[in-house]
Design a protein around this ligand. Structure first.
Ligand SMILES: Cc1ncc(COP(=O)(O)O)c(C=O)c1O
Length: 350
């Protein structure tokens, strides 16, 4: 059996370790709150109809989001997670011989989706404060570039892009290059952020991606959406699997939107918790950049990964360890003391 060469060349995905006995899984930026009762009820109601296929395109959720965001329904594409939509968009615009520019380190699915589509990743190192270097990203665009990804807040470093700097960057991107604004964590930001919805209205080459997995706590149901030019979304739709968004997921997302106030309250609690944990880390002398998502970034050096896994294990934590640092999700408050102890020990390795 022969795999396509671009698939055979993809490095294996690094699986996370399981949570130790009685420990805390802080490795996937999940929402620690269980689903709202209204969400569970909506899923149970919908469960009685699972002998039927879902409606193509999840039109009820599409309409609910159109009302919520104040955009035409045709400018919204529902996906089974925003990761699927990222893959669909990348595969719709970039193939063999094309390039896709993104900051690095960022969401680890980006290189995977670019490579499986046959295109070439162009990774632009983050700046000194773990932020996107938009000038360097603009300079990395060539005639081969078909797409650019901007992740704000950036997974895994938690940094955000400045609205003015993003607009200046977009002015430098050719109008036939797709810009994907990945806003998976936007609901946790308390600073001025670019208005992605307004930007995509003014620029046909901008698509905004959001998810119900994080702030709305529906990670297990896989619901995300893209907002942008209908022609671009049509292309992305064609590269996806028909009917892959489940009716259960759509019903849960509609219920989550209908109970917006309860969700906003929970999001606010996570934000307050994040900021308190960040302050505790800074007070303990750990150099953690100001977080804007639901996770914290503890920088380290390549080669320290095994020692960091040992420290996390000793503190009954699972977090995501990269060569440049460790991403720790803001989870159960009971884990906070362990997080401070682990982060302090990680910093002491340097
Ligand atoms: C930056 C970013 N984008 C997109 C996603 C995908 O989220 P989902 O596919 O659950 O919607 C994630 C998930 O971790 C993420 O961190």
């Amino acid at each position: 059996m022969r795999l396509r060469p671009e698939i055979a060349a993809v490095p294996p995905y690094q699986q996370g370790r399981p949570a130790p006995e009685g420990g805390f899984k802080l490795s996937s930026n999940e929402n620690p709150f269980p689903p709202l009762p209204a969400v569970v009820e909506a899923v149970q109601r919908e469960a009685e109809r699972v002998n039927r296929y879902p409606r193509p395109g999840s039109p009820l959720l599409q309409q609910a989001l159109a009302r919520e965001l104040g955009v035409d329904a045709e400018r919204i594409l529902i996906g089974d997670g925003s990761a699927s939509l990222l893959q669909q968009l990348i595969h719709a615009v970039a193939g063999v011989g094309d390039e896709v520019v993104y900051a690095w380190r960022s969401f680890d699915a980006y290189p995977l989706f670019v490579r499986t589509g046959g295109a070439t990743p162009v990774e632009v190192p983050l700046g000194p404060d773990h932020e996107h270097d938009l000038d360097a990203m603009a300079a990395a665009i060539t005639e081969r570039t078909r797409a650019v990804l901007v992740c704000s807040p950036n997974n895994p470093t938690g940094t955000i892009v400045d609205p003015g700097e993003l607009e200046a960057f977009l002015d430098r991107v050719p109008s036939d290059v797709l810009v994907m604004l990945d806003e998976a964590y936007v609901e946790f930001v308390r600073e001025p952020v670019p208005d992605g919805i307004a930007l995509q209205r003014q620029r046909d080459n901008v698509v905004v991606l959001r998810t119900f997995s994080k702030a709305y706590g529906l990670a297990g149901l896989r619901v995300g959406y893209a907002v942008g030019d209908p022609a671009v979304l049509r292309g992305a739709d064609l590269t996806g699997v028909p009917l892959s968004q489940t009716a259960l997921g759509s019903a849960a997302a509609i219920a989550a939107l209908e109970h917006r106030d309860e969700n906003l309250e929970r999001i606010e609690q996570i934000v307050q918790h994040r900021d308190a944990l960040w302050r505790a880390l800074v007070d303990a002398g750990v150099a953690v950049p100001r977080p804007h998502g639901n996770f914290l970034w503890v920088p380290s050096r390549p080669g320290q990964e095994d020692a960091i896994h040992d420290i996390l294990f000793a503190n009954r934590l699972v977090a995501k360890v990269f060569p440049e640092g460790t991403r720790i999700s803001v989870g159960e408050p009971e884990a906070d003391e362990l997080v401070v102890a682990a982060a302090t020990a990680i910093q002491a390795l340097q």
